[in-house]
Ligand binder design. Structure first.
Ligand SMILES: [Zn+2]
Length: 266
């Protein structure tokens, strides 16, 4: 069956007979793997559409067991992202993240649109590109149905307004504990109980983590093109998102080890 779909290339590898297997995040069919004999070295319209950071339209043949690419045409190339090291690093984490969290052939058109918005904004931004990445990840958590609980204690349901009022939870309404292991904001009492278990992953950010998450959720992605987080905030958010996605999505895409590999491979 012949099908046509828009997509973004996530990765590729060589297979037998001079062919390559291209993993594409498509709008209509989700993540698919498609074989092709289109040579990446030639300058044809189809070859250009198989490059990384390219948004293209693909003509595919859907066989019983596999897809193959007949031809492709670039809709927009974000190739300039690869020319800036910081943007490249951020975009590599983004691509890796998508590859790991997407299930084969499960369409996620909302996430696809968000991914295109991300590449548009990343291409335009002139500041620290990581804020865009964090905003993308937090928005994706909501779309994937694994958003952390932010409106009350994730364990006992105690309201946020009572946090800190017993004199042990920091300034009322300000400092909040975030438990990756439980999946959201946690009160002091539940945190103490959880800590006795030894495997708890609890963070105590020096800023209001709820405000940061809500900030990311409330505005369109392009409003983060000019936002620079303080270094301490940025590092803490990265760490929390890395642990959180590892816990709930099985994705190591934001891990430090992974980033080192990307850096070495550049
Ligand atoms: Zn609690």
């Amino acid at each position: 069956m012949q099908i046509t779909t828009e997509g973004i290339v996530l990765k590729q590898r060589k297979i037998a007979n001079n062919r390559r297997m291209i993993v594409i995040f498509t709008r209509q069919y989700g993540k698919i793997s498609a074989g092709t004999s289109i040579n990446e070295r030639n300058r044809s319209k189809s070859a250009l559409a198989l490059r990384p950071f390219t948004y293209a339209e693909y003509d595919l043949f859907r066989g019983r067991e596999a897809y193959s690419i007949n031809s492709a045409a670039v809709k927009k190339s974000y190739y300039s992202i690869g020319e800036n090291l910081d943007k490249f690093m951020s975009a590599s984490v983004f691509i890796d993240y998508l590859d790991k969290i997407l299930q084969d052939e499960e369409a996620m058109p909302g996430l696809f649109n968000l991914a295109i918005d991300y590449m548009e904004s990343l291409e335009r931004t002139k500041t620290d590109p990581d804020t865009l990445l964090y905003a993308f990840i937090v928005k994706s958590l909501r779309m994937l149905g694994v958003m952390p609980e932010l409106s009350c204690c994730v364990n006992c349901g105690r309201g946020l307004e009572t946090f800190g009022s017993d004199g042990h939870g920091g300034a009322p309404g300000k400092i909040k504990l975030f438990s990756v292991s439980s999946g959201g904001i946690i009160c002091e009492e539940c945190a103490n109980r959880e800590k006795t278990d030894g495997s708890a992953l609890i963070y105590k950010p020096s800023f209001d983590i709820i405000d940061v998450f809500r900030f990311f959720l409330s505005k369109p992605l392009n409003s983060f093109e000019k936002v620079i987080l303080k270094q301490g905030v940025s590092e803490m958010i990265r760490q929390i998102l890395a642990e959180y996605t590892r816990c709930y999505l099985g994705s190591d895409a934001l891990g430090i080890t992974n980033e080192m590999e990307v850096r070495n491979g550049y």
